[in-house]
Design a protein around this ligand. Structure first.
Ligand SMILES: [Zn+2]
Length: 141
């Protein structure tokens, strides 16, 4: 029987000493319980703050490591030749499409001599056809 049920049972009745003591003890216990819960909430709030700070640090560290990984992967992904970047492929060679060495977007050309990067305006000219360069870089010649 909970304290509320005890109280309901006492409605419109005169409180005797025993019931009063029982109620008082019950309220004391509830108060102690409340205090313990409040202490626990304070502890958990501190814990939440600690975890938030830790999470923020880990997210920053994760972003740093991801940026580092991107740089390392890019180093592996492209090979530069005569101002053009070529993408390494899975068979150990390079693909013949030339990429911008600055932003790694595909380069545009009309004559396979002058290459322009539309997004960053990087421009270069080469005297070898990209297909020949790719073959050379893939050790096929
Ligand atoms: Zn570019």
């Amino acid at each position: 029987m909970g304290i509320v049920d005890v109280l309901k049972g006492l409605k419109d009745k005169v409180l005797d000493a025993t019931t009063y003591e029982l109620l008082r003890r019950n309220f004391e216990l509830l108060e102690e319980n409340n205090q313990q819960l409040k202490d626990r909430v304070d502890l958990l709030k501190e814990e939440v703050e600690k975890l938030r700070a830790e999470n923020l640090n880990l997210m920053m560290k994760n972003a740093e490591l991801n940026a580092e990984l991107d740089m390392l992967e890019e180093d592996d992904e492209f090979v530069m030749y005569q101002g053009l970047s070529f993408k390494n492929n899975k068979s150990g060679g390079v693909d013949p499409q030339p990429y911008c060495p600055k932003c790694h977007e595909l380069l545009s050309t009309v004559d396979n001599n002058i290459f322009i990067c539309k997004p960053c305006e990087y421009t270069t000219s080469v005297f070898e056809h990209p297909i020949d360069i790719a073959k050379k870089l893939s050790n096929e010649i």
